[in-house]
Design a protein around this ligand. Sequence first.
Ligand SMILES: C[S@@+](CC[C@H](N)C(=O)[O-])C[C@H]1O[C@@H](n2cnc3c(N)ncnc32)[C@H](O)[C@@H]1O
Length: 209
Amino acid sequence: MQLTNHDAANPSYWQARWREGRTGWDLGGVHPLFSELMQEAHAAGLKPNARVIEPGCGRAHTGAALAKMNYIVTAFDVSKEAVDAAKVLYANETKLELVVADLFALPSNWSNSFDAVYDRAVLCALPQASRPSYVHACAKILKTGGLFLSIPFTKLHISASEGPPFAVDEANLESLFEADFEKVCHIEKQHSVKDSKIACEMLIVWRKK
Ligand SMILES: C[S@@+](CC[C@H](N)C(=O)[O-])C[C@H]1O[C@@H](n2cnc3c(N)ncnc32)[C@H](O)[C@@H]1O
């Protein structure tokens, strides 16, 4: 069955993209604003040896970079192909655990376990209707005071019918996070990745209440 872009809430859509090798989002390393976002995380109190989780990790470049910085990292993806590819690249990272898991059905023993979630291109990969469930799942696995870190796309050069990705503006972010989180920072950025789809991004840090 051919899945359309609107099936981005469905794990099968992503599993098919991985099987077909359509992973054009992969930067081959961390996002150019990774260090700046981690400085904000440090300023917000994230310390080495904290437990960090990377949902929808793909090849887990971010998870591996965080493990090198001495965080204890769990990175997961719903695609086994993704996790296998990450294992090939980062098998030697002793502080990086790579797991196949669905963010909408996470293991119950992950509840209240993590000091930070590092989201890279997952919030914006999901259609608007799925985002409240995603943010709720992240809130559930974070400890009280834990941080949600991300660099969402706030403006795109493509329409919602052409996504993923799908843009998320400041008002969307407030309505998604305000129930379970308090805002630490939102910093607007012009697009920093060489990707013609992205017009503007934002560094965001929210703290779980
Ligand atoms: C746009 S890609 C970003 C991948 C990676 N974070 C990166 O920056 O290279 C979105 C990722 O989320 C994963 N994903 C989508 N739905 C998921 C779900 N329900 N549970 C876990 N991972 C999911 C996809 O397989 C894909 O690898």
